[in-house]
Design a protein around this ligand. Structure first.
Ligand code: ASP
Length: 435
């Protein structure tokens, strides 16, 4: 179980080292290409950057996504079957969802407090130079009733085909529970699913081995297209989000982990480096899910019955990084347009951003779309989003890494509270670091 990826892959350098080198090389190559500024139709742009490299990045993300539905289904069926044995599904579900909501509410409140201190929208000249360029259509929030009905899959196969994760999670949960109650037939099928789960884990290992190549391609594209001038225009907004994300990742989560489990936050973060790097490169907690799940089970010592439920659910409904961006963006837009947000409006933002984070799909850029819900709720102009859209790409990468950290933290805390965390696995030296 604790075999490292590097020993699986057999390289001399650890996988993390290779990912970091690939990141650096990709960024340098991309920045160079941006600096040389070859014409669009030039061979290098047409066939290398927008051809092979673009395809490489897309194939990597698609390979990760390919794993998500079968992995969540198989893993959660196994997990739910053991939950069925112990009858702890309700307690576990309550704790997990409660912690997800709590961490998101803390994230957005803290983000707004920081933003009200740094005043990112009162940037004087630089901020006033920016003009909203694109009109943004507000998104209408689905009602609570519809949201609840939509969690139930009328057709589980269609839910899997469409990647509707909450529906897949509910079906897998019920299927696994039924399996635990189905006597000998259930036993037979259960061992089949356990074997299938092992095979899926193997498959993840194979695909994770390709991460350096995928990350190289994604970073080259980032380096080639990232506009530093755009960031400079809204530097205070950008910096505020980075500060809030950092505070959440290095203060809130570690405090939570230390106080509720007694575990070392440093060891936790060190073991999380692969999901963090993949989340950063892909900007998708959904695509990162296979890597997160594998790390949470094999390196942090969370048992399958907790991880298989908490991690996919977290990837779907828990977006602390996204909520942080939404909190700062709301304050920024209000200040930019000279609108005063009273206490009621601020509390409304906490509530809507927490709920919007549930409705944010785990793919790149969606946080900006659900931001329209939050702005709408407090009567701010949604066109304000056009002010920040130019810098959202890099922020999306950073907040996705925080989203994924939140999922793993809650999974670890819940497992520990159930006395199910394998502390030997958590505390085992990470051989990869030494490799
Ligand atoms: N990219 C984020 C994620 O996948 C969602 C967002 O904030 O846009 O977690």
């Amino acid at each position: 179980m604790t075999r490292t990826l590097s020993s699986d892959i057999g390289g001399r350098m650890s996988l993390t080292q290779r990912i970091l080198i690939a990141m650096g090389l990709g960024l340098i190559l991309g920045a160079l290409l941006q600096w040389i500024a070859l014409p669009r139709e030039h061979f290098v742009n047409a066939f290398v950057l927008n051809g092979v490299i673009d395809a490489g990045g897309k194939i990597f993300i698609t390979l990760l996504k390919m794993l998500v539905v079968p992995l969540v289904f198989v893993s959660l069926v196994c997990g739910a079957a053991s939950l069925g044995d112990t009858g702890s599904v309700g307690r576990l579900g309550g704790k997990t969802i409660g912690l997800y909501l709590l961490t998101t509410a803390i994230a957005v409140s803290m983000a707004m407090l920081i933003a009200l201190t740094t005043d990112p929208g009162l940037g004087g000249e630089s901020a006033n130079q920016i003009q909203p360029a694109t009109a943004y259509e507000p998104k209408t929030a689905p009602g609570v009733k519809d949201t609840l009905i939509n969690v139930v899959p009328g057709n589980p196969i269609a839910a899997m085909a469409d990647g509707k994760m909450l529906q897949v999670i509910l079906f897998a949960l019920l299927f696994g529970l039924a399996l635990s109650k189905a006597g000998t037939s259930g036993q037979k099928l259960r061992s089949f699913f356990t074997d299938l789960n092992e095979v899926m884990m193997r498959l993840i290992t194979m695909i994770i081995a390709l991460t350096p190549i995928g990350v190289f391609c994604l970073m080259t594209q980032l380096g080639a297209t990232l506009g530093l001038a755009e960031i400079a225009k809204v530097a205070m907004y950008f910096a505020t989000i980075v500060i809030a994300l950092l505070a959440h990742a290095v203060l809130v989560y570690p405090l939570l982990l230390k106080s509720l489990t007694g575990l070392s936050p440093l060891a936790f973060l060190a073991k999380m480096r692969e999901p963090l790097l993949v989340a950063f490169s892909t900007s998708s907690s959904g695509a990162t899910l296979p890597v997160t799940l594998r790390t949470v089970e094999h390196r942090l010592g969370v048992p399958n019955n907790v991880a298989s439920f908490a991690v996919p659910l977290g990837a779907t409904i828990n977006m602390d990084g996204t909520a942080i961006m939404q909190g700062v963006a709301t304050v920024f837009i209000a200040q930019f347009y000279g609108i005063d947000l009273g206490l009621t409006a601020l509390l409304t933002v906490v509530l809507t951003a927490t709920l919007a984070s549930i409705g944010t799909a785990a793919v790149p850029g969606v946080g900006l779309i659900t931001l329209t819900l939050v702005l709408d709720q407090v009567g701010l102009p949604v066109e304000g989003i056009a002010l920040i859209i130019g810098v959202d790409r890099l922020l999306d990468m950073l907040r996705t890494a925080v989203n994924v950290t939140g999922d793993a933290t809650v999974a670890t805390v819940v497992a520990s509270s159930e006395n199910q965390l394998d502390r030997d696995v958590f505390n085992a030296p990470d051989q990869q670091a030494a490799a």
